[in-house]
Design a protein around this ligand. Structure first.
Ligand SMILES: [Zn+2]
Length: 351
C-alpha cells in the first residue's frame, strides 16, 4: 500500500468508527485509536512517510497533518454533541431532583416578643432596649430593694467578676447580669418627665437550676405607664385587653394580691387555662388557671428615687415572661428547648 492509500483508508476507517460512537467512553477509545502518540493510526502514518518517495514526502506529510486536524475537529464536535444530548441545557441535567434551599426563620421567642410588642405599640407604648449588664442601683436599689432587703433573695443573681464598663460612661460600672427588665423603668424615668408609656423587652438572667420551666437565661417584657390620675383600673383594663387580644377573646383574667418591692399594691395575673378552657388539666394542675404575669401600682419610693413627685404622679408596671407565654401559646413542654438550637424544633413555628 502506498502512503496515499493509507491516508484514504485511515480517513474512511475513522469516519466509520466515529459514526457508531454514542458515549464519552466510546469517543475516548476512538480518539486513542487514531491520535495516540505511540499507537495511534496517525502516528503510524507519519512513520510510514519514511518509506515514501522523497519527492512525494512534503505533499503526503501535509495531507497526513490535514487528516490529523480533521480527526481532532470531528472528535471535538462529537464530544459537544454527546454532552448536549445527555445534559440538554448547558451541562445541567434538568431531570435531577432540585436541592431545597433552607430559609432562615424567626425564633419562637422572637415571634412571641414581636406579637407582644406590636399589641402594646398599637396602644401607644414606646419600645425600649437596655443594657443586660446592669449595676446594683438600677437593678435593685432604685427599685426599693436596698442592700440586705430580703426581696433580693427572690432573685438569685449572677454577679460579674470584676466589673464591666457601663453603657453610659457617667454611670457606675455593671456588676451583675440584670435579673429583670425593671431596671429599664428607672433608666427611662431618670431622663424623661411624665407622662411615661413604655415597654422594654429583653433577656434577663438568674441562677436557676435548669428544668422544664426554668432556664438561667430567659426573656421578659417590662411595661410602665405613669401620669396624673392613673389608677389600678387603668392597669386592669390595659392588661385584660392585651391578654384577650393575645390569647383569645374569651380568656378570663383574674388579679390576685401578691408582693413585689417596687409595686404597691401588687398582683399576680392568672388567665383561664388555654389547654382545658378552665376545666382542669395537668398543665394547670387541675386548677383551671395559669399564672401569666406580675404587676402593680408603682411604689412611691421608686418615684422618689427618680425624682418624680409621688403626690402628683401615679403609675403601674408589669413584667411578663416571654418564655412562659411561648410555652403556653405553642404548647411546648420544656423551656430548655428554646435555647437548644435544635432545628427540628425551630422549624415548626408558623412565621
Ligand atoms: Zn388546664
Amino acid at each position: 500500500m502506498t502512503p496515499q492509500t493509507d491516508i484514504d483508508t485511515t480517513r474512511k476507517a475513522f469516519q466509520a468508527d466515529l459514526a457508531v460512537v454514542e458515549t464519552e467512553e466510546g469517543l475516548q477509545t476512538v480518539r486513542d485509536r487514531y491520535l495516540s502518540r505511540k499507537r495511534g493510526a496517525i502516528a503510524a502514518l507519519m512513520k510510514s512517510m519514511a518509506d515514501a518517495d522523497p519527492v512525494d514526502r512534503p505533499a503526503l506529510g501535509k495531507e497526513a497533518n490535514a487528516l490529523k486536524q480533521e480527526i481532532e475537529q470531528a472528535i471535538t464536535e462529537k464530544r459537544e454533541a454527546i454532552t448536549a444530548s445527555t445534559h440538554p441545557i448547558g451541562g445541567i441535567d434538568v431531570t435531577l431532583p432540585g436541592r431545597e434551599l433552607s430559609f432562615g426563620r424567626r425564633h419562637p421567642l422572637t415571634l412571641i416578643r414581636e406579637q407582644v410588642v406590636s399589641l402594646f405599640e398599637a396602644m401607644g407604648f414606646e419600645i425600649l432596649q437596655g443594657p443586660q449588664g446592669e449595676d446594683d442601683y438600677h437593678n435593685f436599689e432604685a427599685l426599693n430593694m436596698p442592700v440586705d432587703h430580703p426581696a433580693r433573695d427572690m432573685q438569685d443573681t449572677f454577679y460579674l467578676e470584676g466589673s464591666m464598663p457601663a453603657s453610659d460612661p457617667s454611670e457606675p460600672p455593671a456588676t451583675l447580669l440584670r435579673t429583670h427588665t425593671s431596671g429599664m423603668q428607672i433608666r427611662y424615668m431618670e431622663s424623661h418627665e411624665p407622662p411615661v408609656r413604655i415597654i422594654a423587652p429583653g433577656l434577663v438572667y438568674r441562677r436557676d437550676t435548669p428544668d422544664l420551666t426554668h432556664s438561667p437565661m430567659f426573656m421578659q417584657v417590662e411595661g410602665l405607664l405613669v401620669g396624673e390620675g392613673i389608677t389600678m383600673a387603668d392597669l386592669k383594663g390595659t392588661l385584660v385587653s392585651f391578654l384577650r387580644a393575645f390569647f383569645d377573646a374569651d380568656t378570663r383574667v383574674e388579679f390576685r394580691p401578691s408582693f413585689f418591692p417596687y409595686t404597691e399594691p401588687s398582683a399576680e395575673v392568672f388567665i383561664s387555662c388555654v389547654f382545658c378552657d378552665g376545666h382542669g388539666c395537668a398543665v394547670c394542675k387541675e386548677t383551671g388557671w395559669l399564672e401569666i404575669l406580675g404587676c402593680g401600682m408603682v411604689h412611691p419610693a421608686v418615684f422618689e428615687a427618680v425624682g418624680y413627685d409621688p403626690e402628683r404622679y401615679t403609675g403601674w408596671a408589669f413584667g411578663l415572661g416571654i418564655d412562659r407565654v411561648a410555652l403556653l401559646k405553642y404548647r411546648v413542654e420544656d423551656i430548655r428547648l428554646f435555647y437548644s438550637n435544635d432545628l427540628r424544633l425551630l422549624e415548626q413555628f408558623p412565621q
